[in-house]
Design a binder for this molecule. Structure first.
Ligand code: SAH
Ligand code: SF4
Ligand code: F3S
Length: 485
């Protein structure tokens, strides 16, 4: 499964994937079933919810049939993401008919966008909680059990759930997500996130380092720092009244990453998502300084034409984006780069579409998430522009962009043949019991025959062949480091 933000090892619920269901975790007497759609941030929030509910005696189950409470953590990014959730809610409504005591709640971005209407007009659920209301869930469930409906969609300027240690439900997990910011202040004209997640706020760096240290001690070997725009992370102690001297009190993203990298050399660091207008050389230099910060950047471009970027309100031009790519190649010559592309945005001409294809050719991305524009209610684009590219044209342009990307992914992978990559083993390959699967530093999937190594180990793999999505190789000894005297 893949997600919407380039951590292509998790969820895509906003796109073509299935939902991610929290694993069994048996402690409490009451049973909670949580299904998550959307980005990694939603998945991470579901773990926060599980932690809040565990304190009230709930244990999670993978079987919705045995649940006392069902919570669906939802995504609004594109219309099809919402349609999928509606279908699921209709199924749970049927279950509730047979099981009247069951509580069904909707969380996340759809809850925030549709608010009461999910309860009143559509009568699909008992409870609606927006992304900043999860601490209130136990009380809301009590209200529902007392015969009421419960809604809390207040957005906060402060809530980061910084003090809540999320329950990691994948026992023996290797790779975890840690949220560093919530919300987004960017107002890209196509995007619903600023409306569903509210204003941007950063989490206290010490709670972030604490959480990363905890999961490392529990056997995790990789952490992905999450935010809609990680580069704008900024913690200001003085604004919280803790330290008065401004110069000593702010932590930016580069500094935060350095703090996390110093936890242990065996803890790999990734992050998502970077914004081209805010990605600084300072961040790239910190990445170059630490072996355990993976040389991989997800840098969504959205379009290759500056006029489209302006209509999208992205805050950069084609030239600016290419300058950031040049900076990555200069400072981190071996860095993997992936992107997001939207085709058929309002008013997109053939020439503008061709500019996206030419930008793809120029950058040669390793990987891309590609979407047809989907108009979202209340966004700037919905108010200002017409969604005037026909469905047929959107499909044709998407096919062209995808075909181009597949060529680039394959060409980039072919270039790796003969190279030796450091791979963190995630488990047995889905295709064959005899093979293991892991990821290299550039975030490419690597498959190789089983030896004595196991999940969570770092191994060196010599690449022998590939597809456009996977490298296939054989385990080798660690290559000797070149010592330059
Ligand atoms: N914060 C990240 C991405 C958030 S959403 C960023 O700024 O890049 C993930 C991706 O979904 C976006 O990069 C964009 O490509 C896509 N997306 C967002 N809104 C969309 C819409 N209305 N229609 C189609 N794709 C959309
Ligand atoms: Fe949406 Fe833009 Fe914010 Fe990303 S940066 S979440 S695309 S508004
Ligand atoms: Fe979807 Fe909300 Fe994430 S709209 S992509 S779940 S922030």
């Amino acid at each position: 499964m893949v997600d919407d933000h380039g951590n292509n090892k998790v969820i895509d619920e906003g796109k073509q994937g299935e939902a991610l269901v929290l694993d069994d975790h048996s402690e409490g007497s009451k049973k909670l079933y949580v299904e998550s759609y959307g980005c990694a941030m939603n998945f991470s929030d579901s773990e926060v919810v599980a932690s809040i509910m565990a304190k009230e005696g709930y244990s999670t189950t993978r079987n919705s049939e045995e649940a006392d409470v069902i919570l669906i953590n939802t995504c609004s990014i594109r219309d099809n993401a919402e349609m999928r959730v509606r279908k699921r809610l209709t199924e749970f409504r049927k279950q509730k008919k047979a099981q009247p005591k069951l509580v069904v709640g909707v969380l996340g971005c759809m809850a925030e966008r549709l608010k009461q209407s999910l309860l009143e007009e559509e009568k699909l659920v008992d409870l609606v909680a927006g992304p900043d209301a999860y601490r209130e869930l136990p009380g809301m469930i009590d209200e529902v059990n007392g015969g009421q409906k419960a809604v809390n969609v207040l957005l906060s300027r402060e809530e980061t759930y910084g003090d809540i240690s999320p329950i990691r439900l994948d026992e023996g997990g290797i790779s975890g997500f840690v949220s560093i910011t919530r919300g987004c202040d960017n107002m890209c004209s196509f995007c619903v996130v600023p409306f569903t997640r509210g204003r941007e706020r950063s989490r206290d760096p010490h709670t972030i380092v604490q959480e990363c240290t905890d999961i490392f001690n529990r056997g995790y070997r990789e952490v992905t720092l999450l935010g809609q725009n990680v580069d704008s992370y900024r913690w200001n102690m003085s604004s919280k009244g803790v330290i008065k001297d401004e110069t000593q009190s702010t932590t930016d993203f580069a500094e935060l990453m350095e703090m996390v990298a110093q936890i242990h050399p065996d803890l790999r660091i990734r992050f998502s998502t970077s914004h081209p207008k805010d990605l600084t050389d300072k961040v790239l230099e910190v990445m170059a300084k630490y072996d355990n910060i993976c040389p991989y950047i997800h840098l969504p471009v959205q379009s290759g034409h500056s006029d489209v970027l302006q209509r999208m309100n992205r805050g950069y031009s084609r030239e600016w984006y290419l300058d950031r790519i040049a900076a990555i190649r200069r400072i981190l010559p071996n860095c993997g780069i992936s992107t997001d592309i939207i085709v058929g945005f309002c008013g997109e001409t053939e020439e503008e579409h061709q500019a996206t294809l030419s930008l793809q050719n120029e950058v040669q991305f390793d990987f891309a998430y590609m979407y047809k524009y989907s108009e979202r209610p209340k966004t700037l684009a919905e108010r200002k522009f017409e969604d005037d590219v026909t469905e047929e044209l959107k499909s044709r342009r998407l096919d062209e962009i995808i075909a181009n990307q597949l060529r680039h992914s394959l060409a980039n992978n072919l270039r790796q043949i003969g190279e030796v990559h450091k791979v963190l083993i995630e488990g047995v390959s889905k295709k064959s019991e005899d093979d293991l699967m892991g990821r290299d530093e550039r975030n490419t999937k690597v498959v190789f025959p089983k030896g004595t190594a196991k999940k969570g180990d770092y191994v060196w793999v010599k690449i022998k062949e590939c597809t456009s999505a996977t490298l296939i190789g054989e385990q080798v000894e660690e290559p000797a480091k070149l010592v330059v005297s």
